[in-house]
Design a protein around this ligand. Structure first.
Ligand code: DHE
Length: 553
């Protein structure tokens, strides 16, 4: 293909951006239809307008998170059409990968998640040049902002007598809703419409508000003091997003608590700072930048995990493809200060150590956890933990021999690795893997514990084996060899853990169309309750208010 032809294709791809049925996924209707883009593609790449739209929506929903919107790779490898051709792959080979998955953590989409026809469409789509997704600027973001209940009209104190700090927010992923549940009674409090494929919820510093973020970049703010907790504001700052957090630094006079929020975008590559009480957009910052090591320009430098400082007015944000961790000082938005620490590429998720001074993030394609000191914004260590660490927020506990440790499970191997995370009290073990606990298999996404808990819990959500993906393991903090693994359900995938406020009960989600939430006693590992209901569609992440506002994990 000549250079000029490629260029022409890219321009047409840009124009044709995102048509038909997937307006919901990428946002605004493109100026021209996909027909023009397809007309310019070589005959071998031909696809009907409708198929192209379906394939693009499927790619966005299933593949873009790991491989990138422009397919240059991150958690998953580079799958640009050019790279596929370089490897002599054709659509048939791509189909095999999509159907069966890989040992490295890619799910087997052929095992009931996608039809053969859909897999064929995505395989063909991947062999075509990627269409350029549209930008999203301040004017459109402001237009999307809805202040449903202004601050003055909100309750001055809780309008119910429930223990709202022990509420749970449950992501009902495919329903685009969030269920609010009472952690004391385990009753449903309300179901709130949020946005397409909600990814996570984070609590405000006071705990009064839940902020949710959907894959479509729509943020929703839920007020838990209302008689029936409901949304009070929403805004869409990205076409594709995974992270949101609030300002948690108290300051001298509580200056920053609940005052600001931040959304990290996958596309366009940017973050947005919002008013924490109203979600009014205040500032946009592009994260398009250069890789830390080779200084190559990365157009798709996405914002992955964000965590909020408790000791300083900062957010810490992973810039996935560039390998930088940005410490964003929000104390002066007019003169925003960002410290850019060189760490490692393909940053994904992570969280605090127990003292909330050290930021511990996975560079999962490089098999490492990287450690940044939030007081200085500088990287202080890198730890090789195993194949593709995926900690979620991670888990902190005190090991009887090594002192305070933090742990991660792995996508690519059957272990939980724990490293020393107390450089002051236990210098000799700091930032070294001190324990490895075997699990049932790879595909582990989340590990969790609580300061009051006896156990540490780990899942196997993306394991290709039906029994393993539905099983969890719990091992004792005091003696990791004391471990129990069992199957939670005979359907779906089992994912994510959250403790109640007291740290005595653990909630686990069974993720499919007939979802369940299973609550266990942490001490005895006995099942306390199995929550079911028509409304419980595709539960994934579940978040306790108190643990969220205090970053207890
Ligand atoms: Fe997540 C956290 C990105 C797939 C459920 N997920 C995160 C974070 C990122 C991320 C960057 C950290 C946010 C933060 O802390 O600010 N997730 C991605 C992806 O790119 C990926 C791999 C593919 C995609 O297309 O989205 C992906 N994630 C999944 C899932 O398949 C899960 C299991 C279900 C779903 O909703 O799609 C899932 N991700 C979660 C959950 C958390 C999360 C529950 C929060 C963990 C916590 O305890 O804080």
């Amino acid at each position: 293909m000549s250079k000029s032809y490629k260029k022409a294709l890219a321009v047409l791809a840009g124009l044709a951006a995102l048509p038909l049925t997937i307006a919901s996924a990428y946002g605004a209707e493109p100026p021209k239809s996909a027909a023009e883009y397809l007309a310019a593609a070589p005959a071998a790449m031909s696809m009907s307008d409708e198929d192209f739209a379906v394939a693009k929506a499927l790619y966005f929903n299933r593949c873009a998170g790991c491989h990138g919107t422009t397919r240059k790779g991150a958690t998953g490898p580079n799958i640009t059409d050019e790279n596929m051709k370089k490897k002599s792959y054709d659509a048939e080979v791509v189909k095999v990968f999509i159907t069966n998955g890989t040992g490295g953590g890619m799910p087997s989409f052929g095992a009931g998640e996608m039809s053969e026809a859909d897999i064929g469409l995505v395989a063909n789509f991947i062999m075509m040049p990627p269409p350029a997704p549209p930008e999203l600027g301040m004017a459109e973001i402001t237009e999307s902002w809805k202040l449903i209940i202004p601050e003055a009209q909100r309750p001055k104190k809780p309008e119910h007598s429930k223990n709202w700090k022990n509420f749970f927010g449950i992501v009902l992923r495919d329903a685009g809703k969030v269920a609010i549940m009472d952690g004391d009674t385990k009753e449903l409090v309300n179901i709130v419409d949020t946005g397409f494929a909600v990814h996570i919820l984070r609590s405000s510093a006071s705990g009064r508000y839940f902020y949710s973020i959907g894959r479509d970049g729509k943020a929703t703010m839920i007020d838990l003091w209302m008689a029936k907790p409901d949304k009070v504001a929403e805004v869409k700052t990205c076409h594709d997003a995974r992270s949101i957090d609030s300002s948690k630094y108290k300051g001298k006079k509580g200056d920053f608590e609940d005052k600001l929020a931040i959304i990290g975008c996958y596309w366009p590559p940017q973050f947005a700072i919002l008013d924490g009480q109203t979600l009014e957009p205040k500032k946009l910052v592009s994260t398009r930048s250069f890789t830390y090591d080779t200084n190559e320009f990365v157009n798709e430098a996405r914002v992955a995990a964000i965590i909020a400082g408790h000791h300083d007015p900062v957010w810490i944000a992973n810039i996935k493809e560039s390998g930088y961790i940005w410490t964003i000082d929000y104390s002066d938005l007019k003169n925003l200060k960002i410290t850019m620490a060189e760490t490692e590429r393909f940053l994904h998720d992570g969280g605090w150590d127990a003292t909330k001074r050290y930021v511990q993030m996975a560079a999962n394609m490089r098999n490492k956890m990287v450690i940044v000191d939030s007081h200085t914004g500088k990287q202080i260590a890198q730890i090789e933990t195993g194949q593709k660490p995926h900690p979620g927020r991670g888990a902190n506990w005190v090991d009887p021999k090594f002192g305070p440790v933090t742990a991660t499970p792995h996508l690519g191997e059957a272990t939980v690795a724990a490293w020393g995370s107390d450089p002051k009290g236990h210098k000799q073990h700091a930032w070294k893997v001190v324990r490895k606990v075997e699990t049932l298999g790879g595909g582990g996404l989340f590990v969790k514990t609580h300061p009051n808990a006896k156990h540490v819990w780990v899942d196997h959500t993306l394991n290709p084996d039906d029994n393993i993906k539905r099983s969890v393991c719990a091992f004792e903090k005091a003696d990791n060899a004391k471990k129990k693994c069992w199957q939670v359900a005979d359907h779906g995938r089992v994912t994510h853990f959250e403790y109640n406020q007291a740290g005595t009960e653990v909630w686990v989600a069974v993720w499919d169309q007939v979802g369940e939430l299973v609550v266990y006693d942490d001490k005895t590992l006995k099942e306390i309750k199995r929550i079911k209901g028509d409304w419980l569609r595709t539960p994934t992440g579940h978040f306790n208010v108190y643990n969220g506002m205090t970053d207890t994990y």
